[in-house]
Design a protein around this ligand. Structure first.
Ligand SMILES: Cc1ncc(COP(=O)(O)O)c(C=O)c1O
Length: 390
């Protein structure tokens, strides 16, 4: 069944003081238009990681002053995602979470888009090699007249078989910026596990995250929390069906009872913990998430939609082809400009020479990714150089 994608919520009501407090946290070069690659961290993230490192340098108590950051980060992730505190566990990257999910599956086939970011392919391939699952790739090219590999509910429906027990999608596609319709996918796949890589949307796209059975989000992109941090979250179904195959010594009951025995897995998502995480990363993640909360996701989403719309309109008016969805409710912060004239590499070089950082994604595509801090001037400067693509 087809459904209109979730509306982008316009009620991003936030006080001007709160928003200027948020914006004052950032100091990136105005030409930085590459948040889908990594998000420049806030002053709070930088300060918190440094503060914790300094505490470690003087030998502060690791449990009360350093690893206590884990709970702070999990609490903020719980408030923002809608998952219970006990259903969340920290991970050092999106890939770590996806490996936990892939090796946690106990058989059946996993359906995944062939054009996914490799971090959402290798875990499934490795779990297949280990004999745990079978991977079914969706050839997204089959469905889209536009040639864009959008993973829609219809595409998933066309590939479903009884053998498929899990479907893995990106909430926002790294290549096209396409925003998945999670509730409609949920409806199409029924009782199967819905696994979501949320790194390209969480914190800036107001999406119904609890539609997922297994969600993983790295902190280094749109959350602007730096590398080495992230979280995974599981629904009751996810917790019930995923084994803790890769769970380590911190993922069990009484982990510090060093008796040489194998302890029972911890309750909730903590059973997927492998070892203690970095307090500096957890403190950074907590700060990044709390900063998002200070203004709310809808207001960041609205600011980003205004900016991406400005860029898209400007590209269209100068005849530059788009490689990302034009509709606001089908995108988040990524805009792709496609070349029909000059090679994109040359234009990408011109952007770089003008101090504008973007990603050259293919010989014919330049990916721009805008955050709430992106200025109109930067967008206009980028647009005028991108005209060279037409
Ligand atoms: C959709 C998607 N998933 C995962 C990753 C990589 O995540 P990590 O480095 O946290 O494993 C990226 C990075 O570009 C991405 O775009």
């Amino acid at each position: 069944m087809s459904r209109t994608p979730v509306d982008v919520r316009a009620e991003g009501a936030v006080s001007p003081q709160a928003m200027s407090g948020y914006l004052a946290q950032f100091s990136e070069d105005p030409g930085y238009l590459n948040f889908a690659s990594y998000g420049t961290p806030s002053r709070q993230v930088v300060g918190e990681s440094q503060r914790l490192m300094e505490l470690a340098a003087v030998g502060a108590d690791s449990t009360t002053q350093l690893h206590s950051m884990d709970n702070r980060a999990i609490a903020a992730a719980s408030r923002l995602s809608g998952f219970a505190h006990s259903s969340i566990s920290l991970v050092p990257s999106t890939s770590h979470g996806l490996f936990q999910f892939a090796f946690g599956l106990t058989g059946g086939e996993v359906l995944v888009g062939a054009a996914e970011f490799p971090a959402n392919l290798y875990p499934w391939w490795r779990a297949q090699e280990a004999g745990r699952i079978t991977v079914r790739l969706m050839d997204a090219g089959q469905h889209a007249a536009s040639g864009w590999p959008f993973v829609t509910p219809e595409l998933i429906r066309a590939h479903l078989t009884d053998a498929i027990t899990a479907v893995s999608v990106s909430a926002v596609d790294f290549r096209t910026g396409f925003r998945a319709d999670l509730p409609a996918i949920r409806e199409v796949i029924g009782d199967r596990l819905l696994i979501v890589d949320g790194i390209q949307g969480f914190g800036v796209a107001d999406m119904p995250w609890t539609a997922a059975d297994a969600l993983v989000v790295g902190g280094q992109k749109w959350l602007r929390a730096g590398w080495g941090c992230g979280f995974l979250a599981l629904s009751d179904r996810g917790l019930e069906r995923l084994e803790n195959t890769l769970g380590g010594w911190t993922g069990v009951h009484s982990p510090t009872q060093y008796d040489g025995l194998e302890h029972a897995p911890a309750d909730g998502a903590r059973r997927f913990s492998i070892t203690n995480g970095s307090p500096f990363a957890s403190g950074g993640l907590a700060s990044g998430l709390e900063l998002v909360e200070s203004v709310g996701v809808p207001s960041l989403e609205k600011r980003i939609a205004d900016r991406t719309t400005r860029l898209i309109e400007s590209l269209r008016s100068s005849g530059v082809a788009l490689g990302s969805p034009p509709e606001p409710n089908r995108r988040a912060g990524i805009v792709v400009a496609r070349s029909t004239g000059a090679p994109a590499g040359r234009v990408h070089g011109q952007l770089a020479a003008a101090g504008i950082t973007t990603t050259l994604h293919a010989p014919d595509r330049i990916r721009l990714s805008l955050h709430a801090t992106t200025t109109d001037t930067a967008i206009d400067e980028a647009s005028s150089i991108l005209k060279g693509l037409s």
